[in-house]
Design a binder for this molecule. Structure first.
Ligand code: SAH
Length: 238
């Protein structure tokens, strides 16, 4: 497994013109093994074959670095699941100050154990985004919020933007068919103090799939009434 993962990652980053830190192929190999082992117990990912994990999880997450540098930044991954994209970004950019947030306890346990195994320092937190982002220690304290496969963009803006400092960025990973979703989220962005900066489409090496990173820039403080409770967000999206 190990060699297959290393090779795909090594080749993939070359194609994307991204530099892999020393020895990180081995780190991805260990990550894969732990995911494969624990994935059987905890429902962590629908994708299990090594090649698919390497491309659709690891390379997909790494590709964000083509759009944002994140150097020395304080970053939160909202709804991180098994660590995508946040933990992969931390492996690529060890200088990131990373928080992995997830509402599901089992996933956070997996993440904490994995970080210990990989000797990576992160803040793994089991909480709901819409609750912690009202606290002073969390609110508008991050340079960047990243998120993949958590919610429709209008809802995702409300989950992520309250964490982001004015001047910071939210990065939502979406499919290339998200034009309408992005359009209909413009009101949510404006209400929460942000605006669409750009859309970054990228090809996942070797997978013949194009994905999209939606970059939303925070331009003013989010009004205190947001985020609302989850049911309200979903039933009455901004
Ligand atoms: N980002 C990962 C996981 C996606 S699954 C990936 O792309 O593979 C969605 C995850 O978001 C789940 O683990 C779920 O527990 C978490 N989640 C959903 N709503 C949340 C909320 N309001 N606050 C925190 N985590 C949430």
């Amino acid at each position: 497994m190990f060699d297959a993962i290393s090779e795909i990652i090594g080749q993939g980053v070359k194609e994307m013109n991204i530099i892999l830190p020393l020895n990180s192929e081995a780190v991805f190999g260990t990550y894969y093994d732990f995911l494969a082992e624990r994935g059987k117990l905890v429902n962590l990912t629908a994708i299990t074959e090594p090649e698919k994990v390497a491309r659709l999880h690891f390379l997909d997450s790494i590709a964000l670095l083509g759009a944002i540098s994140l150097k020395n930044e304080r970053v939160i991954d909202v709804g991180s699941g098994a660590g995508f994209p946040g933990l992969v970004l931390k492996i690529m950019r060890p200088d990131i100050d990373l928080t992995l947030l997830d509402a599901t306890g089992k996933k956070v346990t997996f993440l904490s154990e994995l970080c210990e195994l990989l000797k990576i320092e992160t803040n793994c937190v089991n909480a709901r985004a819409e609750e912690v982002s009202h606290m002073d220690t969390w609110r508008e304290t991050f340079d960047a919020a990243v998120s993949r496969a958590v919610a429709e963009l209008r809802v995702l803006c409300e989950l992520c933007l309250p964490f982001v400092k004015v001047g910071g960025v939210m990065v939502a990973m979406k499919s290339v068919n998200s034009d309408d979703e992005i359009d209909s989220a413009k009101n949510a962005m404006a209400t929460l103090g942000a605006e669409l900066e750009r859309v970054y489409d990228y090809e996942i090496p070797g997978a013949d799939i194009t994905h999209r990173a939606v970059l939303v820039r925070k331009i003013s403080e989010t009004p205190v009434e947001y985020p609302r409770r989850y049911a309200r967000m979903q039933n009455f999206p901004l």
